[in-house]
Design a protein around this ligand. Structure first.
Ligand SMILES: [Zn+2]
Length: 284
């Protein structure tokens, strides 16, 4: 555990890039082998805007990384933050708790707020207007959303008091988890169900990408599924009933154009078209 944290404390940018590119490549190949939906799309054409927004996300995070490092170092130096105020515990427990709490504040809570506060929803919308969710959708975030998420992560690091080694471990796990959750792959139903008791499984996250409420406002989780189960935001919907996108922004041309997506948050807010609960077909 010591060596693991020591590694993440100094993880080179090259290794972080390798995780990003390696993860996308791995799930991209897997999508060819066990696809969930057989999209009739040009995979590269579809990936283009998503890669653009992944790049802007990387740039925003890289530019602001010094704030994360400064805050993490400050909490350690001042013995500040929740995990430092708790009684002494073994290192593994300290790391697991740190990663879980960062997932709660920096991801689950951030995501929930983005769905509940209208101007933030307009920014987060860009992530949801993908009509063909696959592993490249994972980091399709408007640059403004990358900044909003950064602020939540920074607040999390400060309140929780996580050393930079844990922050970097969390960010690496978070990256792979989100690529996995968005991947257009079909795991055996039982395996997916079982996984969804611990981490956000592909089927679980796809429900969140259904085009209508109440499903869009469910399954906010990032790495761990426990937060949705604990806070009552967990929902199920059969795979074959899921329709990707957002009911109020159905323009497929705008939703696939970098220019259109950059401008998307500045549209006027549009009221959801309705609240439609789908009867379960309860077949695979
Ligand atoms: Zn969302």
């Amino acid at each position: 555990m010591d060596t693991l944290i020591a590694y993440f404390e100094r993880i080179p940018s090259l290794h972080r890039s390798l995780i990003l590119v390696g993860g996308i490549t791995f799930f991209w190949v897997l999508e060819g082998a066990i696809p969930l939906f057989r999209f009739k799309y040009g995979k590269w054409r579809h990936a283009l805007p998503n890669f653009f927004f992944t790049l802007t996300t990387v740039i925003v995070n890289f530019a602001l990384a010094f704030l994360l490092l400064g805050t993490a170092d400050w909490t350690v130096a001042h013995d500040f933050g929740i995990i430092n105020w708790l009684p002494e515990m073994p290192l593994w427990a300290y790391v697991v708790l740190g990663v879980m709490l960062l997932d709660l504040v920096g991801a689950y809570f951030a995501h929930w707020v983005e769905h509940k506060v209208k101007p933030l929803w307009m920014v987060h919308l860009v992530h949801h207007t993908d009509h063909n969710v696959d592993t490249t959708t994972a980091n399709r975030h408007h640059p403004l959303e990358s900044m909003i998420r950064f602020v939540f992560t920074l607040t999390g690091v400060f309140v929780i008091g996580t050393p930079i080694g844990i922050v970097m471990l969390y960010q690496s796990l978070s990256l792979v988890a989100t690529q996995f959750g968005h991947a257009n792959i079909k795991l055996p139903k039982k395996v997916d169900d079982l996984l969804s008791w611990v981490i956000v499984s592909p089927d679980m996250h796809k429900v969140h990408h259904h085009y209508k409420l109440p499903y869009t406002d469910s399954n906010y989780g990032n790495i761990f599924s426990v937060w949705d189960r604990l806070f009552g935001t967990y929902m199920k919907l059969d795979r074959q009933q899921i329709v990707y996108g957002v009911d109020t922004f159905p323009d497929e041309v705008e939703n696939a154009s970098i220019k259109g997506l950059l401008r998307q948050p500045f549209h006027k807010y549009r009221k959801p078209t309705g609240y439609e609960k789908v009867e379960s077909l309860s077949v695979d």
